[in-house]
Design a protein around this ligand. Structure first.
Ligand code: HEC
Length: 194
């Protein structure tokens, strides 16, 4: 059979490349019709009747739900702060150590001996020696004195982790600590947390 007898072969050729007129596979054709029908329904439902949420509305709804969950977990943390205990779980304390090195060390020094912020290893506490006092200071900050409020920056369980980590540093006696005298209203708070 010569080329000209082949019913599939189209009648043109470019640089030796020739085209066949194959029939489209049926499944493909039905998919194609299906997508046209689908687009009509889609257009009607979302754009003409306005029944479904478009992307932006869907995003806003999800954000609203997310914010509600976040607010609830923040409120739960705030109301339960006094009953929280320092975590001893290694995983939590290690997470706290990472956060400390990244976020707190620049002001409190890597060994927590104090720099811009006070020594966190001694028995002198400006805002209370209890674990919950630490949590509250980290949560609310002391903006007037340069201590950052980590509320909304760190999650409640991250605040708990970093506070648990600094709790493990108590009594660690780092070299050349910042003296308690520099801490204004600092009061000795020995035995308060023992
Ligand atoms: C920009 C500097 C800065 C950073 C960053 C910072 N702090 Fe502080 N922090 C301070 C200062 C300054 C004070 C003292 C506030 C005062 O004098 O009332 C303080 C106080 C504290 C206190 C209370 C100490 C006391 O004697 O009662 C704790 C606890 C504390 N910081 C923990 C943290 C933790 C945990 C982080 C990291 C998540 C952190 N800080 C990050 C500057 C900082």
């Amino acid at each position: 059979m010569t080329d000209h007898d082949d019913p599939l072969l189209l009648d043109h050729e470019v640089d030796g490349i020739r085209e066949l007129d194959n029939k489209l596979p049926r499944w493909w054709v039905w998919l194609f019709y299906g997508s046209i029908i689908f687009s009509a329904f889609y257009l009607g439902y979302y754009h003409v009747l306005g029944k479904g949420d478009l992307m932006l509305a869907e995003y806003e709804k999800e954000m609203l739900v997310g914010n509600r969950i976040k607010d609830a977990s923040m409120a739960k943390f705030e109301s339960g702060i006094d009953s929280l205990q320092p975590a001893t779980d290694e995983f939590v304390v290690n997470r706290g150590q990472q956060l400390y090195a990244q976020l707190c060390a620049p002001c409190h020094r890597a060994d927590a001996g104090g720099l811009v912020g006070p020594n966190l290893t001694d028995d002198y506490w400006i805002h209370g020696a209890q674990f919950a006092d630490n949590l509250r200071t980290i949560w609310n900050g002391v903006p007037a004195k340069g201590m950052v409020s980590w509320k909304g920056v760190l999650k409640p369980d991250e605040i708990q982790a970093v506070a648990s980590y600094i709790y493990t540093l108590r009594g660690s006696n780092p070299a050349n600590p910042k003296p308690p005298e520099n801490q204004g209203t600092a009061q000795p708070a020995e035995n308060l947390y023992e």
